[in-house]
Structures are given as C-alpha cells and as structure tokens.
Design a protein around this ligand. Sequence first.
Ligand SMILES: NC(=O)c1ccc[n+]([C@@H]2O[C@H](COP(=O)([O-])OP(=O)(O)OC[C@H]3O[C@@H](n4cnc5c(N)ncnc54)[C@H](OP(=O)(O)O)[C@@H]3O)[C@@H](O)[C@H]2O)c1
Length: 262
Amino acid sequence: MPKSVHPADKQTIWITGASSGIGAALVHMLTGEGHFVIISGRNRDALLELQKPAPKLVKVLPCDVGDDASMAEAGALLRDITDQLDLVIACAGTCEYDDDLSLDIASYRRVFDSNFFGVVNTLRVALPLLNNVRAPVFVALGSLSSVVGFPRAEAYGASKAALQYFMDALRADTSNVALRSVLVRPGFIDTPLTRENDFEMPFLMAPDEAARRILSGIRRGKSVIDFPRRMSWPLRLLGFLRPVWFAVCAPRMTRIKKLRRG
Ligand SMILES: NC(=O)c1ccc[n+]([C@@H]2O[C@H](COP(=O)([O-])OP(=O)(O)OC[C@H]3O[C@@H](n4cnc5c(N)ncnc54)[C@H](OP(=O)(O)O)[C@@H]3O)[C@@H](O)[C@H]2O)c1
C-alpha cells in the first residue's frame, strides 16, 4: 500500500473487527472497488486469510482494540503503513449475555473493553491520520439494542448505549470541522456473533447485505444508519412508548422468574 501515492478516486480505509462477519464483508466490498484497506482484529491467521484475494490492496494490522498497549503499538505500525485515512470503520465488538443477572463484572468489562473503549482507542489512534484528508469519516458499529432495554443484554446493550452517546457527543464536538461521524445500528446479522443465539432473531440479514447498507448510508452522507427498517421503526416507536415496552414486551422476553437469594 503506497504511503504517499494516493489515486484520487481510491480511499485508504482502516477497519477493525475485520476478521469475520460484517467487518470481513466490508473488506470484500471495498477491495472489490479497488480501495486500500488496513484490516485489524486479534486473530492474525484470519486476517492473513482475508488478505489473500487482494494482497496489494490489503494490509494486516493485528491488535486488541480494548488493550491500550496493543493499540499504542498498532498506532505506530499504522503510521508506517499510511500517513492518511479517509475512512475508519470501528467494527470490532463482542456480545456476552447476562443470563441470570449474575452481574459478573469481568464479563461486563470484557464487553465494554471491545465495544466502547475499543472504539475510543481506535479513534484516538486514527484521528491524526483522519485529520490529513479533506473529508474524513469515522464510523462506529452500535446496535438497535441500545434503543430499548433488552432482557439479558445489560452488558451488551449498555456498551452500545454508551457508544451511541459517545458518537452523539463526537458529532456535536465536530460540528465545525471536517470530520464526519457515523453511527450504524444494525438489527440481527448472521455472523459468528449471533450464531450461538438460542432465540428467534427476526429479520436476520446476511453480512454482505449489512455491508452494502453501511457503505450506501456512508456515501449518502447519513449520520445514523439503522437497518432493517422493519425492525428499527417498531423499536424506535417502543423507545418512545417505554411503558408499553416494559409492561407488554419485556415480561414475555425475560427468562428471570425469581431473583437469587444472598
Ligand atoms: N451480528 C449482529 O447481529 C450485530 C447486530 C448489531 C451490531 N453488531 C455489531 O457489529 C460489529 C461486528 O459484529 P459481527 O456481527 O460482524 O461479529 P463477529 O463476526 O463476531 O465479528 C466481530 C469482530 O470483532 C473483532 N473483535 C472483537 N473484540 C475485539 C478486540 N478486543 N480487539 C480487536 N478485535 C476484536 C473480532 O475479531 P478477533 O476475534 O479476531 O479479534 C471480529 O473480527 C460488532 O460491534 C457488533 O456488536 C452486530
């Protein structure tokens, strides 16, 4: 990947969480269009596999987005690879459900490290390089789960709600500068993240379709990209009608019948 030569119609893009699911689908789509893509995740072998079809367009940058030391190292390597980033997509994320309200703090920290602090780390490393282009874009993967409180999603949903606030604040703080921030809130996508789910996932979507909608939304200048609409509209409505959500929907969804005794 050239550090200084930059064809006008091709972008330099960094994607975290690229080793599978939505991130990998974005990599396929963007390299198919001839863009230079730097791919991150913890699984180096999966990243090398992803690089194989387009070795000239893809650079592998393994890192743990939740680990500050790993991200400092990745930042130095990133600056060796490129001096500018047109687009960053912070896709890295994980999900752990709290099945029985165990409030296992280690689990909550793991989820927040990847889903919230991972995005903050990614932006911190990327910001100076985003600042070197005319119209930089920073994208983070939130979730429609942050619209209302889902049973068992205390950790996951809270991390995505925190991320949503962070992206809103970032959008406010960058009102007068070139950086555009974009929050993506998908419904259920068929990836390794959801494959273990033991409940019905309405409107389950293929990762390729999710990637297509994300890129289309970014290119249409959207600040929030929600999909599928069949899921986002009812959830947003229930977000306004919170008493209905908690009185009618939540009791049918929760698996908690009684609380543990001390
Ligand atoms: N699938 C859905 O239904 C759905 C719905 C709403 C939002 N999302 C969000 O979409 C994003 C992508 O998820 P996905 O469905 O594509 O899941 P996935 O296939 O499990 O991909 C998650 C990616 O994140 C990486 N990752 C996780 N923790 C990391 C860390 N600490 N450091 C670096 N990389 C890390 C994983 O790679 P390594 O294991 O190699 O590190 C993997 O590449 C996530 O933020 C997820 O919350 C997904």
